[in-house]
Structure formats: structure tokens, C-alpha cells
Design a binder for this molecule. Sequence first.
Ligand code: GAL
Length: 673
Amino acid sequence: MPETSPKGLTRLAFGGDYNPEQWPESVWQDDVRLMREAGVTMVSVGIFSWALLEPSRGEYDFGWLDRVIGLLHDHGIRVDLGTPTVAPPVWFYREHPDALPLTPEGVRYEFGSRAAICHSNADYRAAAANITTRLAERYGDHPALAMWHVHNEYGVPVSACYCDSCAAHFRRWLETTYGTVEAVNKAWGTAFWGQRYASFEDVNPPRATPTVGNPGQALDYKRFADATMRENFRAERDILHRLAPGVPVTTNFMTALSQCDSVDYWAWGREVDIVTNDHYLITDGRRTHVNLAMAADLTRSVAAGAPWILLEHSTSGVNWQPRNPAKAPGQMARNSLGHVARGSEGAMFFQWRQSRRGAEKFHSAMVPHGGTDTRVWREVVELGASLDSLGAIRGTRTEADVAVLWDWHSWWAQNLDWRPSEDADPRERADAFYEALYDRHLTVDFAHPEADLSRYPLVVVPALYLMTEAAGNNLREYVANGGTLVVSYFSGIVDEHDAVHEGAYPGALRDVLGLTVEEFSPLLQGGSVRLTGPDGSELAGDVWTEFVVPRGAETVWTYADGLTAGHPAVTRHRLGEGTAWYVSTRLGPEGLDTLLGRAAEDAAIAPRADLPHDVEVVRRSGETGSYLFAINHTTTDAKVPLETSGTELLTGERAAGRLAVPAGAVRVVRLDG
Ligand code: GAL
């Protein structure tokens, strides 16, 4: 069994991507001195260093890396060593120009950035295996080595290639998946528009077509591209396991739905020894701490609840959004400890020292251009001390209250062309439901629709357009056994091949919800409808309405206007021991809060009215005890009730009854008992 935490790391991970090759060696001494000053425990090295390590084919230069790793080791800093396979050198592309990926329109990307890789390319695979082998042979038993960092953020920025090698590889993948071309024809419904294939040889990637292509083909291509990247990850991982047994292998994920949409992290979570994640705030005017909490919960969930590591985030602004604000004082600590509260075993950054040259020179770092007499540096040092005092939480697990179902395949399917409304956006619904649960102070686990849900009193389905029969059965059993389910519109519609389930909508969930949907009736842009409900209460919906026909469910809110006026809008169905709610329109924050309040009552989840808005309270517990994290995202001081007394770990103070959490501050209490 490979290790599931960084080898030899006895504290929380704190550090960042360290790119010493961008600096003269004279700076390295200063780097390690400052790392010690800040309390850095681990750094990621060599992620983009292939061109330096193998300056021409078969010629290696490990001298500089030997010195860097040796220096880090001398200063007690653990090394997360990259395999540099995300950045093949220019000599490689000169020899193998067809390793550069091709877009669906047939444009070949050029060398000169990063991650320009056709993952089906045999020459790339051989070269990647070779450099990985060399690194494993040289450093596999180095005492500084804590973990392997394979590649970088698979799926970003290139998620698929459409070249001839990919075409051949796709055909093999189809043959393995389906067996016969007839099965492919059936799954994709190629009888439509005369797309029937006579043999696998006729099938191509979904390249540019005059109008919309076959959705089954497009969906399978996403699966294929994801599986192909995973094959390449596995190839490197297996080399590393073989040559460096006992050293865990990871690759950095980007679970935030706003940051990567091409990778099925449920599948990837099973492949790595440790789940690690990169997270950047998207400053689009929304509440960034909610998006952060969601990404952290999703990361923990793909790690099956086990501890994971935040491998990258930023000390302050990034440089790749249209406008890149600096973080406010204290925000970096709130961000870092927000991840820790939700299961991360530390907080690491991109990057250690801010670059002077290259594409990311305006991206913040732990050591900014301004050096150590800066706010960012002072906050970095402070964070290092905070993490040092939280060492006891290592190995504990975050406790969740509810589950939200999420499936990347369903997201891919719903985002294909020609749907009833382009405004029905699964990611938007996932974000909105998550935010509503966050505001009710409920901690969320994400779950795959076929996962065991029995431990959750409440399960929410914001958007599962694609739902397998197995998932439908799973939800039926969950409700029948006493669970409370909330399902939002346009869920349970198609099977794994994007074929509409037989019979009336929603085929996978009709009997669970106790209704059928006769017709969808999406609204025009800007349109909205009123809903009237119990005691004359009103809610508003937009984007989507439906003609719902109750078949056992009771109507709780009814459409008051629009084409669907008089028809059920929100329903509730008792099934076995449990209850299934259905909402057939897009509710805003107020509506979602009302709906989730009703469902929480059914699920016997007590409201947390004693917790102030935007004061995040999360618990981690395990062998070393139970820890309550309180993060105050507001500008006013807050108080959080404590069931038992405890010791606040960042200040060392005792706390009992009510915990004071000053404006913008974080508090972590180790509860007594
Ligand atoms: C990450 C990437 C890093 C760096 C960072 C900047 O996606 O892994 O190498 O580019 O973004 O925010």
C-alpha cells in the first residue's frame, strides 16, 4: 500500500511552488533562510523543468536539482518533486511536431507556452516515461523526498486533442468500451441524420461540423479524453511506485467548477495516493469565500473524506483574470485556514518567490517583488506560525451535515448543444444550492449519484440531467429508507448515452418524485414567474418552468402566472419512510432558502439560527480530538456558541460558552472532552 501522506512530513504542509531555476544560485541561500523564517515545511520543485533537466534528447543535467534538493534537505524542508511532463522541451517538439495538440477546427497549437500536449502521442508518452524514470532513479530514495507531483493540472488549459493519433486511440477506446460498432451506433443514435457507422475505422473525433454534431459522440469523446489523460498519469505513477516504493504520488487537481470542466475527479480521486488541489479566487463579484468552501468540500469528497492538501493558492492577487485585486489584510489566512477547516493538511501557494520575467510576473507570491518589508510577507510569516500551532489536527476529518450530488459526466452532457435553454446551467445551480446550504451553516459533502447516501439526512440534487438507472434506483432506496431528497428541474432526463429515458420525464425519478413532467417551458431572457404556496407565501422563479403532473406528490407551491399558471411548481412526495421534494423552476436565494428550510424540517436538521451570517463554522475530528474552526468573513466582531469549553489554538486562550471571533479573524478551538 503506498503512503497516503507526504513521507517524513511531521507538520502541516506550508510552502509553495519553488522555481529556483528562475534565479541565480546566490538567491537560493536567501530562499532557504527565508523559508525557515516563515516556517515553510514543504515545497514543490521541478514542475516545469524538463528543458533544464534534459537539455537535448538523452543528455541530462541533474546537477542543479541535486544542489537545490540538497539545500532544502539541509534546512529541513521536505520536497514535493515534480515530473516535468507538462512542459516538454523545444527539441522534443522539433523531433515530434505532431505531439502538439490539434483543435477541432484543425489548428495545431505552437510551442512557447505550456501544456501543449497530445496525450495520445506515442512519442510524448515514451519521452514522459523516460524523464520520469530518470527522476525516480536519481531521487527515489533521497531523504528529502516527501511526495511526487506528476505533471500539472491535467485538463487545463488543453482538455482534448483531435488529431489522427487521437482518432486511432478513440477507436480503440470505443472498441474496448462497446465491443461492436453496432453497439456504438445504438448508443449514439446514429439512425438520426444518417450518421450510421459501418466500422470503427469510420469514426473520428468530433471535429468541426457544419451544424451540431452527434451528442453521444461528443460526450464519449470527453470521457475518452479524460481517460487518456488518466492513462498517462497512471503510466508515470506506476513507474514512480516501482522505483520509489513508499513515496506517495499525487497530481494537483483543480476541483473548482469555475476552473476546470474537463476532468472527472471522482475517477481521478481513486488514482492518486493523496488528493491535492489548486484553488484560486475568481473575483467576479460573487462571495469568493463561498466558492472556496465549495471547492474545498468537493476536494475532500473526491478524496472520499480523507485528508487532502491544498497545493496551490495565492497570497494575494493573481494575474490571469481581467481585473486582479489584491487580497484584503487577513484574507489570505482566512482562505488558507478555510481550506484547512474543510480537510486540507496545510496550505501551499503558487509560488515561493515572485518571478521577474515570464507570463506570471504579476502573480503574487510568498516573497513578493517588494521583498520582506511588505504586508504579504508579514502575513506569510504569521500564517506559518498559525499552521505550526495547528499540527494536532493532522489526520482528523471534516464532519458534514448534508450531501450534494454532482457528476462531471452529467455536466458535460447538459452542456452539449441544442438544449431547451442555454440559461439552464448546471454549474450555476450547483453554486446556488451550495450557497444556500452554506448560508444555513450546513457543511456539505459532495457525492456521486451512485454512492451510498445512507448517512446523510438530506441529499440535494441541483442538476443531474444525466442519471443512470442505477443512480435512480439509489435515490429511490435512499428516500424509501427515510432520507429527504431535494431535486431541481431538468434532472433524471437522459441515460449515460444522452438518450432520453423511456416514458415521461423525468424517467429516472418519476416514481421517486411521484410526478411526471409533460413539457418543459423555459422562459425567455429576463422572464420570471410567481409561485404561491402555503399560507399565501410567494416565491419567484426564472429561466425554466414545466408542466408538472402530480402522480402521488402533493403540490406545495403553484405557478401563479405565465404559461404554466395553475400547475404545480414545487412538490413534495412521501415515499416509504422518506420524502422527495421537486422544484421545477429556478429559485433565487430567497426561494432556495425557503425550500431548503422545509426540507431540513423533514430531515430533522435543526436550524443554526445562533450563528451569524458569513461566520463559517466547521468541525474536524478524529483521534486527537475535536476541533471547531470559526472564520469571520465580516467586518464586525462575532460570537459563536460553544457546546463545551476548549483551548483556542492560535492564541492559546481558553474559551467557554461563547467564542469571540474578531472581524476578519479565524479561531480554532480544540474542544475539551
Ligand atoms: C495554476 C498553475 C500554476 C500557476 C498558477 C497561477 O493553475 O498550476 O503553475 O500558473 O495557476 O495562478
